[in-house]
Design a protein around this ligand. Structure first.
Ligand SMILES: Cc1cc2nc3c(=O)[nH]c(=O)nc-3n(C[C@H](O)[C@H](O)[C@H](O)COP(=O)(O)OP(=O)(O)OC[C@H]3O[C@@H](n4cnc5c(N)ncnc54)[C@H](O)[C@@H]3O)c2cc1C
Length: 444
């Protein structure tokens, strides 16, 4: 079958194996030791080729809960459970995951493997900072439980390890007690990049802070945007009735996405929020997961798909580097509907986790061959400013660029080689960025 990530680039022929239980998955690993490489896949919401290979092992049917302890806010579930499914169980108890991404359609296994971040990284860290322990099936079918105390090295390699150490079978998560499932939010318009960054810093005490950037604005207005902040509302209900939104039934012609339509959209968004009083009460769905309201929105980018480009720049070079990136994007006229700027907090001990102190910017670009030279130029800017790229969004980074951004990669590789000497767990991405060898070079 043809398999792809959320960006729909690249698209590859793959065999999708969907074990019905954790036991079946372990048996399969044990019995197929001599066979080709494979990679785990959760909900397929990473954008590029992190969960692609000729053989893909799906966690789709590992979707049950094992225990829920309300007092300690701990829940144990299998790795194929999605955040959406978790919310259905946790909200009635007044509990919410401590970190959620921009879609609730990700699996717990995928959230751990990418050590995902949310709008509250500066306050609460990333997803794996709230994982008490996890169970991993290694390449030979052996099961290991690990945590920040037990099998510590394996834990810090697997959290953010993009599925390369083994298949996460289940995890115990520590949830957060919340007063309601509504967010009191505020939107503040900014005039340019310096003003946007200043507002992100000033508002950093809020629980949730993120900025949208008009990436087609130029000159004096370069980097203008809307900073959104939020706190859980104390005086709102614990329940909320979900509404179903529209769906994009098929790929729209990508010609509709051009410099003019993007510029129109960016101007409209800025204009909508550029008013004096901008305080709202948002449901958790509209605050955290606005894109989920349009099913299959990735089809809007046309049949060839799109690439998401997310990078991090350290604090001292962030403003200068962001300015250089935004200038190049505006000059190329290859704007993005969704340009999101966020200030991260401290890094954790996970060897390949993306977040660290500094600013991260996310840009979407529709697939076109003329995009690739621009992205290579941006890679150079990011690396020259001491930054790195987010693997969960990547479909094209070179091994050199990846390694320059992740100084801990040799430590990660040492753990990987110890637990998976035959390099059974391998993705198209890990081969491209030099973490595993290509299928034909695999050790005998
Ligand atoms: C609309 C949208 C918004 C997003 N917003 C954010 C955001 O705000 N912050 C953020 O950090 N990310 C964000 N993401 C990215 C997303 O959170 C990550 O890509 C996440 O890893 C997707 O989880 P998944 O279950 O879909 O995993 P997949 O895409 O299926 O796999 C991703 C990686 O996880 C590995 N993996 C999956 N399951 C397992 C398992 N059981 N055991 C071992 N490895 C496994 C795969 O091998 C692969 O390397 C967003 C994605 C979308 C589509």
């Amino acid at each position: 079958m043809q398999l792809e990530g959320w960006g729909r680039y690249p698209r590859v022929d793959a065999e999708l194996i969907e074990p019905a239980t954790a036991q079946a998955l372990i048996k399969l690993l044990d019995e197929s030791k001599e066979q080709s490489t494979l990679i785990a896949r959760g909900a397929g919401r990473s954008y590029g080729d992190s969960s692609l290979n000729a053989q893909v092992l799906s966690s789709r049917f590992l979707d049950s809960f094992s225990s829920f302890h309300e007092e300690s806010a701990k829940i144990r579930c299998h790795s194929g459970v999605t955040i959406d499914e978790l919310l259905k169980v946790s909200i009635p108890k007044g509990l919410f995951p401590a970190v959620v991404p921009g879609t609730k359609q990700v699996s717990i296994g995928g959230a751990i493997a990418a050590d995902i971040h949310g709008k509250n990284h500066h306050r609460d860290g990333s997803f794996c900072d709230h994982v008490e322990s996890l169970t991993l099936a290694l390449a030979d079918g052996e099961i290991k439980t690990c945590s920040a105390k037990k099998n510590k090295e394996l834990f810090h390699a697997s959290c953010g390890g993009m599925g390369l150490t083994g298949v996460i079978l289940d995890a115990t998560l520590v949830l957060e007690k919340v007063p309601s499932v509504f967010i009191r939010s505020q939107a503040i318009a900014t005039h340019n990049l310096a003003h946007t960054i200043e507002q992100l810093e000033t508002l950093n005490d809020n629980k949730f802070v993120v900025a949208w950037i008009d990436c087609l604005a130029r000159g004096e207005a370069l980097g203008r945007g809307i900073v959104h902040t939020g706190e859980y509302a104390e005086d709102a209900p614990m329940e909320y009735v979900r509404r179903w939104g529209p769906s994009v039934p098929f790929s729209t012609p990508s010609l509709m996405l051009n410099r003019y339509s993007m510029s129109w959209f960016n101007n409209l968004y800025y204009w909508l929020y550029n008013r004096p009083s901008n305080v709202d009460l948002d449901s958790y769905d509209s605050f955290f997961f606005p894109l989920d309201s349009i099913k299959h929105w990735n089809r809007l980018y046309g049949r060839k798909g799109f690439l998401q480009y997310q990078f991090l720049l350290p604090e001292d070079s962030a403003q200068q580097g962001m300015q250089a990136v935004l200038e190049r994007v505006a000059d190329a006229g290859k704007g993005s509907f969704l340009a999101v700027l966020k200030k991260f907090g401290a890094a954790n001990e996970n060897l390949l986790s993306f977040p660290g102190p500094g600013l991260t910017l996310t840009l979407d670009f529709k697939y076109e061959s003329s995009l690739f030279p621009l992205l290579e130029e941006l890679d150079e800017v990011v690396i020259d400013h001491g930054g790195r790229h987010y693997l969960a969004k990547d479909a094209r980074l070179s091994a050199e660029t990846f390694k320059a951004g992740y100084p801990n990669w040799p430590r990660f590789k040492a753990v990987k080689d110890k637990v998976d000497p035959q390099q059974r767990f391998s993705s198209l991405q890990s081969q491209r960025i030099g973490l595993t060898s290509a299928a034909e070079d695999k050790p005998a």
